[in-house]
Design a protein around this ligand. Structure first.
Ligand code: NDP
Length: 332
């Protein structure tokens, strides 16, 4: 059956402006890093994407290397677009990135003009798109002049292949330089994508302040610490979970120390009538400069549960203070 989106999709979501740009994102966005590759169930992917859009999640985040196999998340997403979502293309914010290893030789990764330009062309082809809404430099390249990497992002905009540009996981100082270079090229740095959660607070060491200072919006990835900030691991490591796969999350991260802090946070969540995941999302969204929390989900049920965070009231200063001892940097 042809997909038709829910009429009330913009009534059940909340949105935020990204910095001082015209770009607006849902408070919670969906990433396709895991669960959307060639090894993953295609109908489950479709169900998650459709339910997300029905619930007002109009931003989908990809990268050239998402899979596995690398590139297959973009191929699958292209098929999901053709199968029904593409009629909403003008409502969708679709992003991709280039920076990590994609093909052999010196121009298959990092930040050269040649790699970024070729990679974006490949991503557009895989997804069957004329343009993406956001194109990111996925990681800072210490060997290529930043002027060249930012020049490649600006070229993508000038060529009509991207509407906005962003950077991911850049340091505060490199972020400030990137912004200055892009300003000089007449293409604003619109968005930064750092990792940020109650268990990874490194963005608090200058990055969020720099983004506030320069009014560049943030979309924060892994706000649930890949599942550690949910009830997924309260009774051990279930088969099929990300930690069980031992690739990006490891069983030894589900430690005694982790559990103590996660269970304490869960009690605070319960006192608000929330799940730990919902609390974790409200916590990253307490910063005005954070435009969106970028989650992953392996099922419709996870997605639905997490999106309820949007309806919850903001955290009070007393609640924030009670969270502080258990929001331990380094656990995620
Ligand atoms: P999260 O921290 O939201 O982790 C998502 C995982 O947590 C899910 O796949 C699921 O794992 C588990 N989970 C989510 N909700 C629940 C729930 N309610 N109950 C139980 N378990 C739950 O984010 P991700 O790490 O997936 O990252 C999100 C996105 O951020 C990526 O898809 C990508 O777009 C982006 N990203 C960007 C990076 C960059 O370098 N710029 C790097 C990494 C991510 P399970 O499989 O166990 O069910």
């Amino acid at each position: 059956m042809t997909y038709v989106a829910a009429d009330n999709r913009y009534e059940v979501t909340k949105t935020r402006r990204v910095g001082n740009s015209g770009l607006i994102l849902p408070e919670v966005s969906l990433g396709l890093w895991h669960n959307f590759g060639s090894v993953d169930d295609f109908s489950n992917q479709k169900a998650i994407l459709h339910r997300a859009f029905d619930l007002g999640v109009f931003h989908f985040d990809l990268a050239n290397n998402y899979g596995p196999i690398a590139g297959s998340a973009e191929v699958n997403f292209g098929q999901h677009l053709r199968d029904g979502l593409s009629k909403y293309r003008d409502e969708l914010i679709i992003s991709t990135k280039a920076g990590y290893d994609m093909w052999p030789g010196p121009f298959g990764e990092w930040g050269s003009r040649k790699y970024l330009t070729a990679s974006l062309d490949q991503s557009l082809k895989r997804m069957g798109l004329d343009y993406v809404d956001i194109f990111y430099s996925h990681r800072f390249d210490p060997s290529t002049p930043l002027e060249e990497t930012m020049g490649a992002l600006a070229k993508a905009v000038h060529d009509g292949k991207a509407l906005y540009v962003g950077i991911s996981s850049y340091s505060p100082a490199d972020t400030a330089r990137a912004k200055e270079i892009l300003d000089g090229l007449g293409v604003p740095l619109t968005i930064h994508q750092p990792r940020y959660s109650m268990f990874d607070r490194n963005a608090e060491n200058g990055l969020l302040t720099e983004l506030e200072r320069s009014n560049v919006g943030a979309i924060v990835f892994s706000p649930l610490a890949q599942g550690l900030l949910t009830d997924r691991y309260f009774k051990g490591v279930p088969s099929g979970s990300r930690a069980a796969k031992e690739v990006f999350l490891h069983k030894n991260q589900v430690s005694e120390n982790y559990l103590e802090n996660a269970l304490a946070l869960n009690e605070i969540a319960k006192s608000r009538g929330q799940s730990l995941a919902q609390l974790a999302l409200r916590w990253v969204l307490r910063h005005k400069i954070v435009s969106s929390a970028l989650i992953g989900a392996s099922s419709v049920a996870q997605l639905e549960a997490n999106l309820q965070a949007v309806q919850a009231p903001a955290l009070t200063s007393a609640e924030l203070a009670s969270i502080e001892p258990f929001a331990v940097n380094g656990l995620g």
